[in-house]
Design a protein around this ligand. Structure first.
Ligand SMILES: C[S@@+](CC[C@H](N)C(=O)[O-])C[C@H]1O[C@@H](n2cnc3c(N)ncnc32)[C@H](O)[C@@H]1O
Length: 301
């Protein structure tokens, strides 16, 4: 019997499937993401705008500065997987006469927040759509920016097809994503503890749900893009330095898929374990440093 059929027959929720060792279908993954962004609106800027990277600025600023390098007047840009639109704060000052920026996200809840915050600029449009089916004509777009969204998109192949279709020749996709480099230090300890916790409660658990891992490293990007695109021009790893109190560290953990899928009645036990590590790892200033491995990458058509 096909896995998809088994899933629908069992009729249990997303989290239970993960804990039973069932790999969720793409549809189940996307439904889960939509639920998260409804429950935790604007959760990305809460993490990524409030912390700098080892390169200096925030990951939003790093992406915006790189977009600016390729941004010419009167161009068409997309903020792909825009979420609540925080990238627009950094793209707005770059907008010149006859530019048109479109924020695209599959979450209507998030795109509504973006439209509320940035909708007074007539050169920014907002569209609720999936990256697998972009509402733009062929070869109409100059630049696509994607902050912390490409690595969540499933299935990824139709997204690559759509990006290829809508970009003009010489157009670029610039993205910031997680990288496949494992987290070290305190964040590495947190991740190991969370996984041990899940495995001890759910012996059938196999792996955490995720987007397509190929969006997180150079070899994967080459496999996805090089057959048709001109080049993967750049892959620059860096870290988001999240410096927070132990309570802040637990709040951060709650934005991770690994913690988000743990039922509420078990979270207090996990919280105690995370706080124990956080307290032991505090720096002189009383805070813990969580270094999240990210990467900036650029693809040219
Ligand atoms: C981690 S959030 C990042 C939001 C925003 N770019 C930021 O950094 O503030 C990821 C966003 O990607 C969107 N997303 C994930 N898969 C998508 C898809 N297939 N098509 C369109 N949007 C998608 C989610 O709805 C979510 O808003």
């Amino acid at each position: 019997m096909a896995e998809q059929t088994c899933e629908s027959l069992i009729n249990i929720n997303f989290e239970s499937k993960i804990f039973s060792g069932i790999t969720p279908s793409d549809d189940a993954w996307n439904a889960y993401l939509l639920k998260i962004y409804k429950e935790l609106p604007a959760c990305s800027p809460a993490v990524f705008a409030n912390h700098n990277t080892n390169l200096g600025p925030s990951s939003y600023e790093i992406l915006a500065k790189n977009i600016e390098l390729f941004h010419r007047p009167a161009q068409r840009l997309i903020d792909l997987g825009s979420g609540s639109g925080h990238m627009l704060k950094y793209i707005s000052p770059q907008i010149r006469k006859n530019d048109l920026v479109t924020a695209v996200d599959m979450s209507e809840d998030e795109i509504k927040i973006a439209a509320k915050d940035y909708g007074n600029n007539s050169q920014i449009k907002f569209v609720a759509a999936r990256a697998q089916n972009l509402p733009f004509s062929d070869e109409s777009i100059d630049l696509i920016g994607a902050h912390m969204s490409m690595m969540l998109m499933r299935p990824i192949e139709p997204v690559v097809d759509e990006i290829y279709r809508v970009l003009k020749k010489g157009g670029r996709l610039l993205a910031v994503t997680n990288s496949t480099e494992p987290a070290s230090g305190t964040l590495g300890l947190f991740n190991a503890t969370i996984l041990d916790f899940i495995k001890s409660h759910y012996p059938q658990f196999k792996q955490l749900p995720n987007g397509d891992i190929r969006t997180r490293n150079l070899d994967g990007l080459k496999e996805l893009f090089l057959p048709r695109f001109k080049s993967v021009e750049q892959f620059t790893p860096f870290y988001l330095n999240i410096e927070v109190t132990p309570d802040g560290a637990w709040a951060f953990c709650n934005t991770l898929v690994s913690v988000n899928i743990v039922p509420q009645d078990k979270r207090s036990e996990l919280r105690s374990r995370i706080l124990e590590i956080a307290n032991a790892q505090r720096q002189m200033n009383g805070k813990v440093l969580l270094q999240m491995p990210l990467a900036l990458w650029v693809v040219e058509k």
